[in-house]
Design a protein around this ligand. Structure first.
Ligand SMILES: Cc1ncc(COP(=O)(O)O)c(C=O)c1O
Length: 486
């Protein structure tokens, strides 16, 4: 069913790499040559599915403002945009008779909206975990008192502590907000178990599915199931549809109550100088002109994911992750964070460091000499990364003071390689070969660090972006930034 390079379902998809826009790029490397680009930064943003791009191109001639136009194009666009909401709801198994799908910019905007819409009262608690992306932490801190569940030595959320906190604070906890999968270690939260505990304590559960939606089948389950997920958010740019849309799914009755999070055009049915009567959902929560193209792209992406089969994707990515750990663990001098053996509850995220080499330097060498796209740092999950690295509170304070003083050169961090459904063993081999070279200190470049950003650059490497993309503003933008810096 699943081979190294291809995912097949009923003979329809023969090679998923052909379905990815930009999968065959060649990019410059330090020695002046070009190499095929290996993209292992899918946890940040995935490339686009070709089918998504095709759908956008087919739709663009018909694109028009939605909901209030009377012309054919507007009627068509409205129908497509409304159907896109339903497609996303079905993708996550939501009961669309009682739940609503709200489009926003991304997961971050969805979570901020939900946090604002909860209208927490003083004393209300939100329980979240140390594993969260800042987007599933700071919006709750803004409006409620947040309790953070700690982590076990292998990086999992401490579920015993979570249950204890729920029991001790029964009635005061309004929401448990957890990720579906961590963007650092790939660890998946047992969301349906957590749902049971949250519901028993009289709380709701929110799942940040930004790292889950493109990798595992999601089922919010019927509303009356104790394992039901009450609220969920996802981002299209992590699901092969980078056109600027996110989705928030939750009970219609919840969003029907109270004022919308943001007001303006579109959210109202009737406005007088004194009053405003809110529109029906989802319009009430989608203020202003919506991103119609982004909605169509997201709907096409979920259709494509479903036709590949989420089970096929999960099987392929787990097998590839297993291959990656076997290959990488054979290289002495690499340190891994999070589980590397039991991969059953983990999506394809590999967090590591090369002993004795700063994370920023490792990532720069991988990119500049290996033509491999990875990422480094704390990945918008500072508390979790510092915990995994055992940074002491005292050291943390010193490092924070350095950053505030404009010096990020000693910021702790990790390197992250993250898999998509189209990656293959050859991609992992390329990464492994590059890491071997770094471990043996066989890299070629002389790298200098910019203390203000913490990033490393190879001396003499001029990537020449103009040769690859001809955006006219590129040179002017660079000139302005350089004159500001000098
Ligand atoms: C787990 C998790 N949650 C939330 C986000 C925020 O997603 P976005 O930047 O699309 O709003 C990310 C982004 O990396 C993430 O990994």
């Amino acid at each position: 069913m699943v081979t190294d390079q291809s995912v097949r379902t009923s003979g329809v998809w023969t090679d998923l790499r052909n379905e990815i826009v930009g999968c065959d790029l060649r990019v410059p490397v330090l020695d002046g040559s070009e190499r095929p680009y290996v993209f292992l930064d899918n946890a940040a943003s995935t490339p686009a599915f070709r089918q998504v791009l095709d759908a956008v191109q087919e739709f663009l001639p018909w694109y028009s403002g939605v909901h209030r136009g009377t012309g054919f194009k507007s009627l068509l666009a409205t129908e497509v945009f409304d159907a896109a909401h339903d497609a996303v709801g079905r993708f996550v198994g939501a009961d669309l008779d009682s739940n609503t799908v709200i489009f926003a910019k991304n997961t971050t905007e969805c979570i901020n909206k939900l946090s604002n819409r909860f209208r927490f009262k003083p004393g209300n608690l939100v329980i979240t975990t140390m594993l969260e992306h800042h987007s599933n932490d700071l919006p709750w801190r803004k409006n409620a008192t947040v309790l953070h569940v700690g982590i076990t030595p292998d990086g999992h959320p401490d579920l015993k502590q979570m249950r204890r906190l729920l029991e001790e604070n029964m009635g005061r906890v309004k929401l448990v907000a957890v990720n579906g999968a961590s963007n650092i270690t790939g660890i998946c939260s047992p969301i349906h178990d957590i749902a049971i505990w949250a519901h028993m304590a009289g709380a709701k559960i929110f799942v940040d599915a930004a790292q889950l939606a493109a990798h595992r089948r999601i089922d919010m389950l019927p509303d009356d199931d104790p394992r039901h997920i009450d609220f969920l958010a996802l981002s299209a740019h992590k699901m092969y549809a980078p056109f600027g849309t996110g989705a928030l799914v939750g009970p219609t009755a919840f969003f029907e109550q109270g004022d919308p999070d943001m007001v303006g055009g579109g959210v109202v049915d009737v406005v007088t100088l004194e009053t405003a009567v809110w529109n029906k959902l989802p319009h009430k929560e989608e203020a202003g002109s919506p991103n119609v193209v982004g909605g169509v792209a997201l709907a096409e992406a979920v259709t494509m994911l479903q036709s590949i089969g989420m089970e096929n994707i999960a099987a392929h990515e787990t097998a590839l992750l297993d291959y990656a750990y076997r290959r990488l663990k054979a290289i002495p001098g690499l340190v891994f964070y999070g589980p590397t053996e039991d991969l059953s509850d983990k999506v394809g995220v590999i967090a590591f460091n090369v002993e004795g080499v700063p994370h920023g330097l490792t990532a720069a060498i991988i990119g500049t000499e290996g033509a491999i796209g990875v990422r480094n740092g704390c990945f918008c999950a500072h508390p979790y990364v510092k915990e995994l690295l055992h940074v002491s509170p005292d050291d943390d304070r010193v490092l924070a003071a350095e950053v505030i003083a404009g010096n990020k050169s000693r910021m702790p961090g990790l390197v992250r390689a993250s898999l998509g459904c189209y990656n293959n063993e050859a991609d992992i081999d390329t990464l492994a070969e590059m890491l071997q070279r770094i471990v043996r200190r066989e890299f070629k470049g002389a790298y200098v660090q910019d203390k203000a950003t913490g990033t490393y650059r190879a001396e003499g490497f001029a990537p020449g972006f103009e040769r690859y993309f001809s955006f006219v503003g590129l040179a002017a933008g660079r000139e302005r930034r350089h004159s500001e810096a000098s």
